[in-house]
Unconditional design. Structure first.
Length: 249
């Protein structure tokens, strides 16, 4: 019973913090310059992790200037964890996120780029928008697995979105994300796979014990003139090595 009450209290505080963030977005965000927005995003993300009882461990530093972040994908928490370290990152996300209550407005405020997966040619549009952002010196982040894994093995990487970095010649920085807890080196509380709903995921995370988000920002890699499939394979191998996992066949 005590554990259930503790999880409920965490979840309540999470909702309050989410509403606070939404109020800032609706009432004040338009008056902020880029630096102020990034500071607010980092503050909000860091506090959200703390509110959910998640510690943050970071290795490496984000590259400055136009950069493509390439990360493995485990949960919606990946975005929160990366924003706590690199608040300027603009994520490419599936358009389904727009249907999430509350979170969708917060995700919009972070400059998210949306990809319509059911439209085959939409990737070309997104690559063009990504290229514009990278050329302007912005940081864009992608999850080349295309969906979440259970955190125990990487899924195959899709190379299409890497074309934006290759076309603009900006460096690519691989990011290895992992979650552990008091019981497992790979936390089951953070899993967001299959038919898991956002509400179910929130409850599992709130009920987790000793959850730690481990974010490794690996050294950047040149992309100019690279073959995107070869680049994708190299990035996957580097992230896999950092996570110490065996890849799926």
């Amino acid at each position: 019973m005590t554990r259930t009450l503790h999880a409920a209290w965490r979840l309540l505080r999470c909702v309050v913090h989410g509403l606070h963030g939404l109020a800032i977005v609706l009432l004040r965000f338009s008056d902020f310059d880029a630096a102020q927005r990034h500071a607010r995003i980092q503050w909000w993300a860091t506090k959200m992790l703390r509110t959910m009882g998640i510690a943050l461990r970071v290795q490496g530093t984000p590259h400055s200037g136009g950069t493509l972040l390439v990360a493995n994908h485990i949960s919606w928490l990946d975005i929160v964890a990366v924003h706590a370290v690199c608040p300027q990152a603009r994520f490419v996300s599936k358009a389904d996120v727009r249907a999430w209550p509350l979170l969708s407005r917060l995700v919009d405020a972070a400059g998210t780029l949306y990809l319509e997966r059911d439209r085959k040619r939409d990737a070309l549009r997104v690559v063009h928008v990504m290229a514009q952002a990278l050329t302007a010196g912005q940081t864009v982040a992608v999850f080349p697995e295309g969906t979440t894994s259970d955190g125990r093995a990487l899924l195959p990487f899709h190379a299409n979105l890497l074309q934006a970095a290759i076309a603009t010649g900006v460096p690519v920085q691989p990011v290895a994300i992992g979650f552990s807890d008091a019981h497992d080196a790979v936390s089951r509380a953070v899993e967001f796979v299959g038919d898991t709903t956002l509400l179910q995921s929130l409850w599992r995370v709130a009920a987790g014990q000793g959850v730690v988000a481990n974010v490794q920002l690996l050294p950047v890699q040149a992309s100019s003139g690279a073959d995107r499939r070869a680049l994708s394979a190299q990035l996957r191998e580097r992230i896999e090595t950092a996570l110490g996992q065996a890849a799926l066949p």
